[in-house]
Design a protein around this ligand. Structure first.
Ligand code: TXE
Length: 480
């Protein structure tokens, strides 16, 4: 059985406690590897290593830092098949998805920020005849990066790459639910020649390892993606120490479909935006609002397509959905389907587990589920389920749909379907979301600001926003 190790001060190491946790393969419901059960002491060692590495790394020319990050990107590429298999096994997602989305994007994250740092410039402000100001952007020191299980290597590298490119050293914690590809990345970093202590990866439980990162006085910035309740706890711990915080939290995203949309395109993309990665993407549209004139036509066509999606084991090339990530998450999703029924919802398709045979008998498979007949204000329509469950709601006017769309505590993303340009702009400007897609979904330009409003988070990732987050601005004013 594979025993995952921490990566501290350039070396693979056992946790100080000597204890390990079990890592379960969701497709089979079986333990398949061990994860370090690290604690405060491992974070202490990792932070000490990062602090030792910082003076040299922060003064390493950007071009040299860039070369090392490019080397990591190349090695991810060379090992992409092995990484995709590991990601799919650890998370339960179809291997096809890991191959086409997760691993290429992890490579792109390093590639993007390795080149981005070479173009990162700061401002100068001239006061005519008086003085000139220039803003220096210096790395912060040690940054903490905490990531979730839904897009494991994709989101882990999305944080680490800009932090390192900007000249910081990093103490990072992947989700204990999906630690494998972060472990494989530590081996890649050693092979790429990343200097010791620049990146440290500590595995273990959130309340122990994540909490120790939030509490550590020498970790000056924290980039976190995960649940809103965890984000709140991190903010409570870190804010009194005035740490810089970037929090990417949950979503309950509206997908607004007007009668004048390109019907076929809206239908096809909505199947994907509802159920990609088993609905476990914070950007999935879980509340589908359909203009009344096409409500029945859209509902019937949508339910027909969804009921034909194949739920299968991750290696099945025809699998459209794999297993959800864990037993507890599986049970949470099922409890929300029960709640929807109690709240008066009518399950149009799905609503139950899928029983695969053989090796996969104990895996966590769910049929993609579509529910109608619920009030927009009920719990099913207000709380994040984060699984293959969507609701359908008809609407009569722009005002009505905006009121329903904006009635939740979240504000991460929104999707709008219409061929009317003016309407698209109007609704995009009024919908409460940090990211709006019109007539598409999950089209990502890594230069754009990424993040949410309301309880979906604080701050923005992506492009120069990320490089600004991971640097401290200092204004220098010189008298002319
Ligand atoms: O996330 P957690 P969970 C949502 C989704 C899901 C819910 C809970 O609704 O059902 O959150 O998922 C670490 N201090 N999203 O419980 O716990 C943890 O170890 C510091 C949305 O799995 O937030 C992991 O590395 N860190 C989402 C990371 O936080 C702590 C993606 C995220 O796990 C900690 C995932 C603590 N006290 C879930 N406790 C998105 N926005 O994409 C835990 N962690």
């Amino acid at each position: 059985m594979i025993e995952i190790q921490n990566y501290i001060d350039g070396e693979l190491a056992a946790p100080v406690s000597g204890n390990y946790l079990e890592n379960i393969e969701p497709a089979k419901g079986e333990v398949y590897s061990k994860i370090p059960d690290s604690d405060k002491r491992d974070i202490e060692n990792a932070t000490a290593a990062a602090l030792r590495a910082f003076p040299v790394w922060s003064k390493t020319p950007a071009k040299e830092r860039s070369n090392i990050l490019m080397r990591i990107a190349e090695l991810i590429d060379q090992n992409s098949e092995m990484l995709a298999a590991a990601e799919s096994r650890d998370n339960g997602k179809p291997i096809k998805l890991a191959r086409s989305v997760d691993i290429p994007r992890a490579r792109d994250n390093f590639h993007f920020f390795a080149t981005g740092i070479l173009h990162f410039a700061s401002e100068a402000h001239e006061m005519e005849g008086v003085a000139i100001n220039y803003t220096r952007r210096q790395p912060i020191g040690v940054a903490g990066c905490i990531s979730p299980w839904n897009l494991p290597l994709y989101l882990f590298t999305w944080k680490i790459a800009p932090a390192l490119a900007a000249g910081n050293c990093v103490v990072a914690k992947p989700s204990e639910v999906t630690p494998m590809t972060a472990y494989l990345l530590s081996k890649i970093c050693i092979e790429a020649g990343l200097p010791a202590g620049v990146l440290n990866i500590v595995h273990g439980l959130g309340p122990k390892v994540g909490q120790a990162i939030s509490e550590h006085p020498h970790i000056k910035a924290i980039s976190f993606t995960g649940g809103t309740a965890t984000g709140k706890r991190i903010a409570q711990t870190a804010a009194p120490m005035f740490k810089k915080l970037s929090l990417e939290l949950g979503g309950k995203n509206p997908n607004i479909i007007f009668a004048d949309c390109d019907f076929e395109e809206a239908l096809k993309t909505t199947v994907r935006s509802s159920f990609a990665n088993q609905g476990q993407i914070c950007l999935c549209g879980s509340r589908i609002f359909i203009e009344r004139a096409i409500y029945e036509k859209f509902r019937d066509a949508f339910v027909d397509r969804v009921s034909r999606l194949k739920v299968s084991y991750p290696e099945d090339p025809d699998a459209k959905l794999g297993a959800v990530v864990s037993k507890s998450h599986f049970e949470k999703i099922l409890s929300y389907i029960d709640l929807a029924r109690e709240e008066g919802g009518h399950v149009l398709t799905g609503g139950e587990p899928v029983q695969l045979g053989g090796d996969y008998e104990h895996g966590y498979y769910l049929r993609p589920t579509v529910i109608e007949g619920l009030a927009h204000s009920c719990r099913t329509n207000q709380e994040e389920i984060f699984g293959p469950v969507v609701t359908l709601t008809p609407f009569d006017s722009e005002e009505e749909v905006l009121a329903m769309a904006n009635s939740v505590e979240y504000g991460l993303s929104a999707t709008i379907w219409t061929e009317n340009l003016r309407k698209a702009h109007r609704v995009a400007h009024k919908v409460e979301a940090g990211i709006v897609w019109v007539n598409c979904w999950l089209v990502r330009d890594l230069r754009t600001p990424f993040g949410g409003m309301k309880n979906s988070g604080v701050g923005r990732e992506g492009g120069f926003e990320a490089l600004r987050f991971f640097t401290e601005p200092k204004n220098v004013c010189i008298k002319l």
